[in-house]
Ligand binder design. Structure first.
Ligand SMILES: Cc1cc2nc3c(=O)[nH]c(=O)nc-3n(C[C@H](O)[C@H](O)[C@H](O)COP(=O)(O)OP(=O)(O)OC[C@H]3O[C@@H](n4cnc5c(N)ncnc54)[C@H](O)[C@@H]3O)c2cc1C
Length: 402
């Protein structure tokens, strides 16, 4: 559906920033802007507390962000178990890696999205942001020179209104209306894509995160809230379409057994506690994330195949890079274009090599040696990223010196 574009109306609510979408990217951005004293509204068309189509392993940069923002305690209190070890199966070879204590993080977590998204929404509200669920943005509002000045919304009951602000932030996911409406150009495009099926299981012992790789298949076991484990099984998107999608349950068991027969037997002995969820796969992309009066964050601006398990961490990182840029621009510390261009530069610099590595793994054209090299590259990039996020806490002069 083509987004609606309307001329500016005079009577409308006004804020300093509008955020479209209020999940990991949107709620975090709204929280960070509100913490800096901006008047923010976040508009989310789904119901508050609803689930998202996503597994939810957080890697170090994501946990670093939650710690820095003072939200990690809530994740721990939710009962998401600490993950202190990553076990990687390269075919029949198994490597166990203990999580090192670095950047104030000694364990990873994989809270359910119903838990994490609610924590972020609560933190945004506590900071003073106005979060509205069940409200769909239907189009952008522009002034005569084409600058985005706000959004048109349809609330419960179908009533249409406008909301205006100097900046409209699309945190509205892979099918972003904001990105489509502004015609945000793509500047990187991936080729690899995996299609996957997942479900939750109880009574399944896991030793931290378990990632399983064998030529043309992969799988993951991710411990989460309530003693449950998220188990996913992935194949290249082309195979998924004809071999898994027609019967996702059969496809799941077949692919999991291909990845590792013993692990499949362990999972089969546990109890499935959820329905099946499936994702057909989508190649990664990076879009230009800003223009006059608008910006993009989270999946709206960049997406990587889920095999990288980094989308949430990227969203939490970019929420902060963007919020800082918006605050600089609105406070007059720099021009809007300059501040938002710096946001793009930092985002791209922190994700370029990671993006390549994820794309290579998602191509499923690797052997064990090249897979190892790509996973090592991802790990190196995440250390660099965690370091960069930690440095944000230092005053700018010290950051430059570091
Ligand atoms: C199968 C799968 C598995 C994944 N596994 C992992 C993993 O293990 N670890 C990890 O870190 N990442 C993972 N990811 C990636 C992760 O899910 C995303 O990167 C993350 O959800 C991005 O968050 P977001 O807030 O940008 O977008 P979303 O979570 O998609 O939220 C966007 C929100 O915008 C709202 N919205 C859209 N349009 C409008 C509108 N017009 N008006 C109002 N609201 C609107 C939607 O309702 C939605 O709630 C996975 C993704 C998939 C698909």
């Amino acid at each position: 559906m083509k987004p609606v574009e309307t001329p500016l109306r005079r009577r409308a609510e006004r804020f300093d920033a509008i955020v479209v979408g209020a999940r990991v990217a949107g709620a975090s951005t709204a929280m960070l802007l509100a913490r800096q004293g901006l008047r923010v509204v976040a508009l989310e068309r789904s119901r508050e507390g609803s689930d998202a189509l996503s597994t939810h392993a957080l890697l170090r940069p994501g946990v670093v962000q939650l710690r820095r923002w003072g939200l990690l305690d809530q994740v721990v209190a939710s009962g998401a178990p600490p993950v202190r070890r990553t076990v990687i199966h390269y075919g029949d070879e198994v490597a166990a890696i203990d999580i090192a204590s670095r950047h104030g993080v000694d364990a990873f977590y994989a809270p359910r999205r119903t838990v994490l998204d609610a924590i972020l929404a609560g933190a945004a509200r506590a900071a003073g942001a106005d979060l509205r669920f069940g409200v769909a943005v239907t189009g952008l509002v522009r002034d005569d020179d084409g600058r985005v000045r706000g959004v048109e919304v349809r609330g419960p009951g179908g009533r249409r209104t406008e909301i205006h602000a100097p900046i409209t932030i699309g945190a509205d996911g892979r099918r972003s209306l904001v990105a489509r409406a502004v015609g945000a150009p793509g500047h990187w495009r991936g080729a690899g894509a995996g299609g996957l099926v997942y479900a939750y299981f109880a009574g399944l012992d896991v030793d931290g995160y378990e990632w399983l790789y064998r030529p043309h298949v992969s799988a993951a076991l991710i411990p989460t809230n309530g003693g449950e484990v998220n188990v996913s099984a992935t194949v290249p998107a082309a195979r998924f379409a004809h071999d898994v999608r027609p019967d996702v349950e059969r496809g799941f068991w077949r692919v999991l057994a291909e990845a590792d027969r013993e692990v499949a037997e362990r999972v089969a002995e546990s109890t499935r506690t959820s329905r099946w969820y499936s994702f057909p796969g989508q190649p990664g992309y990076h879009r230009r994330p800003f223009g006059p009066g608008w910006a993009l964050v989270g999946d709206a601006g960049s997406f990587m195949d889920p095999t990288g398990a980094h989308g949430i961490s990227s969203a939490l990182r970019d929420a902060e890079l963007l919020a800082r840029a918006v605050v600089r621009a609105q406070g007059g510390a720099s021009g809007e274009r300059e501040a938002l261009a710096a946001y793009q530069r930092d985002r791209d610099a922190l994700s370029a090599r990671f993006f390549q590595a994820v794309d290579a793994v998602a191509s499923y054209r690797w052997d064990v040696e090249s897979l190892r090299a790509e996973l090592l590259a991802m790990s190196t990039e995440m250390s660099r990223e965690s370091e960069a996020l930690t440095l944000l806490d230092r005053p700018p002069a010290l950051r430059l010196a570091a």
